[in-house]
Ligand binder design. Structure first.
Ligand code: HAM
Length: 431
């Protein structure tokens, strides 16, 4: 037989095996549960979209659109893109469904899934990664901004992220930004040897100069005029209200006037959550208001929105880095072992009965020795082993061993499933 190499995983697209995959899902579930408590309902949108959803939605000046999208032509020659983020697709779906005109606003959505960006992979930065997000559409109320920011904060606390910090800024409205862009461009005009990435994008959006990783740019931008000094009274008041509501709930936020975020759709509130235990990629989530996004996508009227996305992969890394125990659940409660291969069909019938009664159970395969079966039972994390032996089978009984206490006793074969179901439920209740 020809020996072939096992295909490598795609660079930056990680596998998550047990028990990490379960921890991953537990994080996802907790984020979604926190959102559900505030009335956010699940929405599912496609993993790929027409490219214009992102080029118009996320913005032409961004790294995401300029360098990081997985874009391809389908068989009909249409340009499609694997979603690099969730907001543009969710807003597109809401507009398609006519949500702005249906009343009952704001609508509140939550989502979870895979996202794709062609970035340079490193710890906490992947090409396929997972986010849980929320989007609240159709309201300008600053209390909604505060709700959104607080929910992300609480969700990250709830899964056990330590040393969490929250950075906030206001980007004002688009009209404010037009004046500020001139001010910032005038400042950039005076900088000698502006790096090519800034040169190239400053006319699309000079705010991108704040994100530049080019050497020396952070120091240069530390002296740049700040947007917060150029925003109008209304967005300023909006920001004050959001901050006051959050401070009223005891959220220790810090103001960061250089926080512009890497996506073009933001206006007014922007924020980022950072975890102390992560290195360079310490943003575990972020979001903001995007009051002009619906219009960028072609909606004829203003339809504001605000939301966040939390990075599930990074959150798991943060929890692991801080040494917090990730709770793992046993694979099954009951393991059925047979003393003789001729009894395998009875073991099969017994696990089926147990599973139908809601008890997680498993049995050995491949006709292994009793010793080997007990080893598998031990590794399964089961609390009880049921041993089906020929003598017992003849008497209509099985042996049940409690692996926690070592206690062993016989039970009637036709009663054992109900007995273990009751014991497993009792155990769950006690936990
Ligand atoms: P974002 O800041 O680009 O925002 O991504 C949110 C989070 O996703 C980041 O804080 C990070 O934890 C995670 N993330 C992003 N890129 C990667 C990557 N390459 N590898 C691992 N994790 C990553 C958004 O995506 C916006 N859609 C958030 C939003 C929702 N704004 C308003 N609504």
């Amino acid at each position: 037989m020809q020996v072939m190499a096992i295909p490598e995983p795609v660079k930056g697209a990680p596998d998550w095996l047990p028990p990490d995959a379960a921890a991953f899902e537990a994080i996802e579930r907790t984020f979604l549960d926190v959102a559900a408590l505030a009335g956010y309902q699940r929405i599912r949108t496609p993993i790929f979209e027409h490219t214009e959803v992102f080029s118009r939605g996320v913005g032409a000046s961004t790294d995401v659109v300029q360098k990081e999208m997985y874009t391809f032509a389908d068989k009909g020659g249409r340009s499609l893109t694997l979603r690099p983020e969730g907001t543009a697709g969710v807003v597109r779906a809401a507009l398609q469904a006519g949500v702005p005109r249906a009343g009952g606003l704001p609508v509140k959505y939550s989502y979870a899934g895979e996202y794709f960006r062609h970035e340079r992979p490193q710890a906490g930065r992947q090409r396929e990664f997972n986010q849980v997000g929320i989007e609240a559409l159709g309201s300008d109320d600053p209390a909604l901004d505060a709700e959104v920011v607080l929910l992300g904060w609480e969700a990250l606390q709830r899964v056990g992220v330590r040393d969490l910090t929250l950075r906030m800024n206001s980007l004002g409205d688009r009209e404010d930004r037009a004046t500020y862009h001139d001010v910032l461009n005038a400042f950039l005009d005076d900088v000698e040897n502006l790096p090519p990435d800034v040169q190239q994008r400053r006319h699309l959006n000079p705010l991108r100069a704040f994100d530049s990783k080019a050497p020396g740019m952070t120091a240069i931008m530390a002296n740049a005029p700040l947007l917060i000094d150029h925003i109008g009274e209304e967005p300023r008041e909006h920001h004050r209200t959001v901050v006051a509501l959050l401070e009223g709930e005891g959220v220790p936020l810090s103001h960061d006037p250089s926080l512009v975020r890497g996506l073009d759709y933001y206006s007014r509130t922007t924020f980022e959550y950072q975890a102390g235990d992560l290195g360079a990629q310490n943003a575990v989530g972020g979001g903001g208001r995007y009051d002009g996004l619906a219009e960028d996508l072609g909606w004829s009227e203003r339809f504001p929105g605000i939301g966040w996305a939390l990075g599930v992969d990074r959150t798991l890394l943060a929890i692991k880095a801080s040494g917090v125990d990730i709770p793992t659940t046993p694979r099954v409660d009951v393991f059925v072992a047979v003393a003789d291969a001729s009894l395998q069909s009875d073991a099969f019938a017994l696990v089926t009965q147990l599973r139908r009664a809601g008890v997680a159970s498993d049995l050995a395969f491949d006709g292994r020795s009793m010793k080997a079966q007990l080893k598998v039972a031990d590794r399964s994390g089961a609390r009880w082993t049921v041993i089906v032996g020929p003598d017992e089978a003849a008497r209509g009984v099985v042996t049940v061993k409690d692996l926690d206490t070592g206690e062993q006793r016989e039970s009637k074969r036709d009663e054992v499933a109900a007995l273990l179901a009751a014991a497993a439920t009792g155990r769950e209740a006690a936990e």
